[in-house]
Design a protein around this ligand. Structure first.
Ligand code: FAD
Length: 394
């Protein structure tokens, strides 16, 4: 994808250097070296190794200590991360580099930025984004008490939750949505559980509890109103875009694998891939890959050069993840009995994509976001359409 006619022209020599470094470092062997145990998640000191290899702060502007390589830098990393064969590391990196750094930069608070950004770039600090409440009836709340806020609640399935030093917690602050930065060392913060997952195992996922945790009011990095909504949408749209790209890279690898397998495997006197039922399915997967690439390129331009992003990227994440899930199912079947064994390439890809379905918001949520936004837009467009009979919406 990075070699297509739109993105390749935007690749600078520094993007190419990042790509070479990332491709050389981010291998299955690297992952094995930094896991807590075989099949476990990465150790905390792995982040310092990533930093020493120049793989952190890629998109962060240079004036804030980053590499200033923008969203394209994050995409370059995403492609290399797909090599490790586990989607978890990509999710952890997106949270650290895109979400946490963005909250700090856009907070406009120089003291907070100076205190935390250098550690995130150096890998001495790890961050997590705490969003998912146990249920709608158990929201995480915060209330202002003098010059402090008191955070109370639990967040589940939090990527980097166990390793993290910094938690960016979405709360109802005095009844309004806000993001509060909580240092993990603060009294009342506890990791209640580290989940044993099906896929994305390279990164920890944890249940994090905040029990009447007091933090300075200056650590409210975003609060209420339109600005909170816009910043939330910006952060989540970048995250969803990168997850869509992760799905695309998984799809590309998986398609190459299964075409290779089903071309080599002869059944009934011809290659498995040549039986019409499979030929059609594989042709469709190739078409899906091209559609994904077109969608990613279009949304990349929206994110970097302007335009509506929220519904388009929700749709993109839905499409890329849905189609990759479908291909994982097909590829698992085409592997036959081997597709049921733990070391099956297709089954392992399946496990990663299951994680992509929920992270950054579920597939159902993507459809809901896209539907609501498109419906609102149609309503806003309606008077203009009525005033210009015969005009068709493009
Ligand atoms: C790999 C992975 C990484 C994650 N990373 C993070 C993270 O870093 N931080 C974090 O806070 N959370 C994270 N999550 C959690 C994730 O955001 C949630 O799992 C997801 O939003 C769904 O919420 P839930 O698990 O509470 O399911 P539920 O809310 O119980 O939903 C279950 C299903 O029902 C669907 N559903 C919900 N409401 C409706 C409705 N009205 N109509 C129809 N369908 C509906 C949902 O879309 C979902 O498919 C992660 C999850 C995974 C698997």
């Amino acid at each position: 994808m990075l070699s297509n006619s739109v993105l390749s022209t935007r690749m600078t020599p520094r993007h190419h250097t990042l790509r070479e470094r990332a491709m050389a470092c981010l291998t299955p062997q690297w992952l094995e070296r930094w896991r807590t145990a075989p099949g476990g998640h990465i150790r905390k000191d792995a982040w310092q190794d990533l930093a020493s290899q120049g793989l952190t702060g890629a998109s962060l502007p240079a004036e804030h200590g980053g590499q200033g390589l923008g969203l394209l830098g994050a995409l370059v990393l995403g492609e290399a991360l797909a090599q490790v064969g586990d989607g978890g590391l990509a999710l952890g990196m997106h949270v650290q580099n895109e979400i946490a750094c963005d909250w700090l930069v856009s907070s406009g608070d120089a003291a907070l930025r100076d205190r935390y950004l250098p550690g995130l770039v150096a890998g001495t600090l790890v961050a997590c984004q705490c969003d998912t409440d146990p249920s709608a009836d158990e929201p995480t709340t915060a209330r202002t008490e003098g010059d402090e806020v008191v955070v109370h609640g639990r967040k589940k399935f939090v990527v980097n939750g166990a390793n993290a030093d910094l938690c960016f917690v979405s709360v109802r602050l005095d009844g309004e949505p806000a993001i509060v930065l909580v240092d993990k060392n603060t009294p009342g913060v506890r990791v209640r559980e580290v989940y044993d997952k099906f896929g994305t195992r390279a990164i920890d996922s944890a249940l994090v509890e905040f029990d009447r945790t007091r933090v300075p009011a200056s650590q409210v990095v975003s609060r209420r109103g339109l600005s909170q909504l816009m910043r939330w949408n910006r952060v989540m749209s970048r995250m969803r875009f990168l997850i869509a790209a992760d799905a695309f890279f998984t799809h590309r690898t998986l398609l190459a694998h299964i075409v290779g397998h089903s071309t080599a495997r002869e059944l009934g006197g011809r290659p498995l891939a040549s039986w019409p039922v499979n030929e059609h399915a594989l042709a469709r997967a190739r078409a899906d890959q091209e559609l994904m690439e077109a969608g990613l390129t279009e949304c990349f331009l929206r994110l970097t050069e302007g335009g509506s992003t929220v519904p388009e990227i929700a749709e993109l994440k839905w499409f890329c993840v849905e189609r990759t899930t479908e291909l994982a199912g097909l590829a698992t079947d085409l592997e036959g009995g081997a597709g049921y064994m733990w070391d099956s390439v297709a089954l392992r890809a399946h496990a990663q994509v299951r994680g992509f379905r929920m992270s950054g918001g579920s597939q159902t949520t993507m459809l809901t976001v896209a539907n609501h936004s498109m419906a609102c837009r149609a309503e806003l467009d309606a008077p203009a359409l009525a005033a210009a009979p015969g005009r068709r919406r493009g």
